[in-house]
Design a binder for this molecule. Structure first.
Ligand SMILES: [Zn+2]
Length: 220
């Protein structure tokens, strides 16, 4: 049985790679996990000894197949728990992440299977993220950040980041949910906001680029 810390590191490294960070450096890991760089150095050494990752000094780390398998197992727990909390227990989408972060280490394989079954074997989580299968297969459709769209482009919201609860609350307030259609009407220069039409509504909604970089869309 691996410690929670080991599981959190493997998960963070996997997700940084998915976010397009290449190479995944120790400073990126420190930033993501909000820990001191020296702790990351120690843990990376330990994980390399356990053959869960490979570390090339001054380059970065890469999970081995064994490390990736564990990361996907924890991510599967996390995303199934989030969906279960949202769909069955009525949690809001900004509340589920913190609960799942705690519970993901604790649930048994039996519990995981029961949740999976109760939810009808879902492949997409509460924030639109893919749920890895029990065998560790994962579909990873590449959606574009909303921030990259140009005026006149239309798209459907497919995935949002689960890491910022205030952002999720704000998005819900202005009607930005999964499956919603957006059209970029204007984009102000110099990192200015986007003006969006949401679900064909009349009102133009202004959205900062920072928020828009955490929303992933499928362009129509
Ligand atoms: Zn989450």
């Amino acid at each position: 049985m691996l410690s929670e810390a080991v599981q959190d590191y493997l998960k963070a490294i996997y997700k940084l790679g998915q976010d397009g960070q290449s190479p995944v450096t120790t400073s990126l890991i420190a930033e993501r996990l909000e820990v001191a760089p020296a702790s990351v150095t120690n843990m990376v050494k330990k994980l390399a000894e356990m053959r869960l990752l490979e570390h090339t000094p001054y380059q970065g780390v890469e999970l081995t197949a064994a490390g990736e398998k564990i990361a996907l197992e924890i991510i599967r727990h996390h995303r199934l728990l989030e969906l279960y909390l949202a769909e069955t227990l009525g949690y809001a989408w900004d509340e589920v992440h913190a609960e799942a972060d705690r519970l993901e280490h604790a649930i048994s394989e039996e519990f995981e299977e029961r949740i999976d079954q109760a939810l009808g074997f879902p492949r997409v989580g509460a924030h639109g993220e893919p749920i890895p299968s029990k065998q560790g297969d994962i579909d990873n459709p590449r959606y574009q950040p909303l921030a990259e769209l140009q005026p006149g482009q239309r798209a459907v919201v497919r995935r949002v980041s689960d890491r910022f609860p205030e952002m999720l609350r704000y998005m819900e307030e202005i009607g930005l949910k999964l499956g919603v259609q957006v059209e970029v009407r204007e984009k102000a220069p110099f990192q200015g906001p986007l003006l969006l039409r949401i679900n064909g509504g009349r009102k133009k909604q202004s959205l900062g680029l920072e928020v828009a970089s955490h929303i992933f869309v499928e362009v129509a």
